[in-house]
Design a protein around this ligand. Sequence first.
Ligand SMILES: [Zn+2]
Ligand SMILES: [Zn+2]
Length: 377
Amino acid sequence: MTVATQVVSIARNILRGNHLCKLCLTRQLPNASITSWSEQCDICGGMFSKLDDLTAKITQSLQGYEFDTFLIGATVPASVVEKEDSIRARFKLRGGESLKTALTSQLGRMLQQTLGKRVNYRNPDIAIIISPYTEGVEVIPKSIYVSGRYVKKLRGLPQKRTRCKTCNGQGCEECQHSGYLAVGSVEEALSKRLLKYFGGSNTRFTWIGSEDSNSLVKGNGRPFYAEILSPKVRHLNRSPSSWRRGDTAMMQVELMNDKPEASQVFDMKIEANTIFDKDVSKEIIQTVEEAFRNCVVEMDAMNKPKVLRKHVQNMKFKQVRGKRAILVFESEGGLNVRRLITGEGYTTPNVSSVSKSQVSLDEEKPFDVLGVSLRNR
Ligand SMILES: [Zn+2]
Ligand SMILES: [Zn+2]
């Protein structure tokens, strides 16, 4: 008996006591030319004859999603896998394709045809998980990342969102499943616009430094990165002009190819509204400007036993009125402006000590960010 006739006789044996559809039979005997099979199927329960319906269902679920590549996965009930295993064991069949693999590769081929999109195993734009026996389709789009800048024109607006206290950020009815309270913040304003444009379920921000809630951010703004989770739209040709309006203006938004680096080195230009405990004399102006023309400020890190060294330069008294003075200077990112002025904590040198007076910030408008520039590494 040749191998081919051997295989045909195995197929005949299997079919004698079992109903197997063409696909389930060929999977077990990949090299046989199968000529007879059953319409019903003890393994897949006839699921392979409904692939057109499944394809249509998946196509419908993908409506409104922008993507170029996809990957399809399936969850198959244990009972189906067990049925297949028992038939394979009884007839000593080895090496055939599993039902799940056969199903996903067949659906993959059909969807490539219908959608005109490519299957990508390593990094698909969208993962589709189907449960063929319950006709469930789950669409999981990969996050996209954008970079941008914001300008803040309203004092009293915090940078970050306030976490929902009911669910501690997990998402609940109260916070409409965002995990945050809608009480107004830069993050909230940026997030709302990004989610409206890209679809998406939520955002995660990476900030390049932070400012006081009573600070303004001027000039070309502060850079930020945002991850948009489960986006529907994956392209951005031109950002809407409405993004540049309002208390928080969002500018220069661009799609990134990849996740941003965790830490970024940057420089900032600051304008601080200070109050001295005596009239600001010519001598004070001279001493302070001289001390911070070009110096390195040492300060202990807030949460770590570590000393930070930050470059501060070009400090100028822009305006002086009695005890009040507007100071302008440049510094490396991560410098704590408040402590540089008041001398709180371990900060040396600081404006208070250099001027031999107690200097505080005008709490109504402590300091504004005039510009932030990213340093190329
Ligand atoms: Zn079958
Ligand atoms: Zn909540």
